[in-house]
Design a protein around this ligand. Structure first.
Ligand SMILES: [Zn+2]
Ligand SMILES: [Zn+2]
Ligand SMILES: [Zn+2]
Length: 274
């Protein structure tokens, strides 16, 4: 499994579009890993997690590292927030916007995600097929088993994060979420999953949160509990991702705080193979 982090910021990006705080000013000066676009990741050039407004920028800047975006067939959306779902762009898969006609893109998400699509004009073109994802009901996407899990995030809708399994490897992509709810821990215990790669929410960076997002103190607790129940071991790679400028750190400072706790802070373009 190879996970490519295309974007690693929370809703407003870093530098945030209208912000002049020290983190954003420093990001503008340093550029490089301090520039963060909205969160999106690509698994094995096959499965896309989330579809933020920066998808187009990811495609033209990195070319998805050689992946042909029109050829991607599986898209898993975590929730309907605008930094994770930009339905308009998916509507441009219609004939004449995209030639030659495309194969079906299978899009998975909650009821709120489905409603967000329906609110957009003609979002269900013949080459987009929506599938309702439900917590703990494992889905098949090609050769991959994808299990949606309930996130502690926006209480007005069902937010999901995803576990992916393929050829004996397992990945957990957990954004946006606070501390995992009890049913998730029960599921991990019963499913006897052992993850090779775990990407945890770290929106608030140094600050403890846990109720909507996470910071490093929460990620330390989650990591310990995952080890305690056997869902992670000493070989599991732990990544932090989905950062807000309000967390107060630029990339180098974030590395100092995270690496000593056994975490790799993601940056736009990071690829991890497990
Ligand atoms: Zn977000
Ligand atoms: Zn800022
Ligand atoms: Zn969100």
């Amino acid at each position: 499994m190879k996970l490519l982090f295309l974007g690693t910021a929370a809703a407003e990006g870093i530098p945030a579009i209208f912000c002049s705080c020290p983190v954003c000013r420093t990001a503008r000066e340093r550029k490089g890993k301090d520039i963060r676009t909205r969160s999106q990741a690509l698994l094995d050039r096959t499965i896309l997690f989330d579809f933020p407004p920066d998808t187009y920028a990811h495609y033209i800047s990195s070319g998805f590292s050689g992946c042909d975006l029109p050829a991607i067939r599986y898209l898993f959306i975590t929730h309907s927030h605008g930094d994770h779902l930009y339905p308009l762009e998916l509507n441009l898969r219609k004939p004449n916007f995209a030639n030659p006609p495309l194969e079906t893109l299978h899009i998975y998400g909650s009821r709120a995600v489905e409603e967000a699509f329906q609110a957009g004009e003609e979002s269900f073109s013949p080459c987009n097929e929506f599938h309702r994802a439900k917590p703990f009901e494992t889905l098949k996407a090609g050769d991959y088993r994808i299990t949606p899990l309930p996130a502690l995030h926006d209480r007005r809708e069902e937010c999901l994060f995803y576990a992916a399994e393929h050829e004996g490897k397992a990945l957990l992509y957990a954004h946006d979420t606070g501390f995992f709810p009890p049913p998730v821990w029960d599921y991990f215990s019963k499913a006897a999953l052992r993850f090779n790669l775990i990407s945890l929410d770290c929106t608030t960076m140094m600050h403890k949160e846990g109720n909507n997002h996470m910071g490093i103190p929460d990620a330390i607790e989650v990591k310990k509990r995952l080890h305690d129940i056997g869902a992670a071991d000493e070989k599991t790679v732990f990544v932090l991702n989905h950062f807000s400028h309000n967390g107060g750190l630029n990339h180098d400072e974030l590395c100092l705080a995270a690496e000593k706790e056994g975490f790799i802070p993601a940056y736009d373009g990071l690829e991890i193979e497990i």
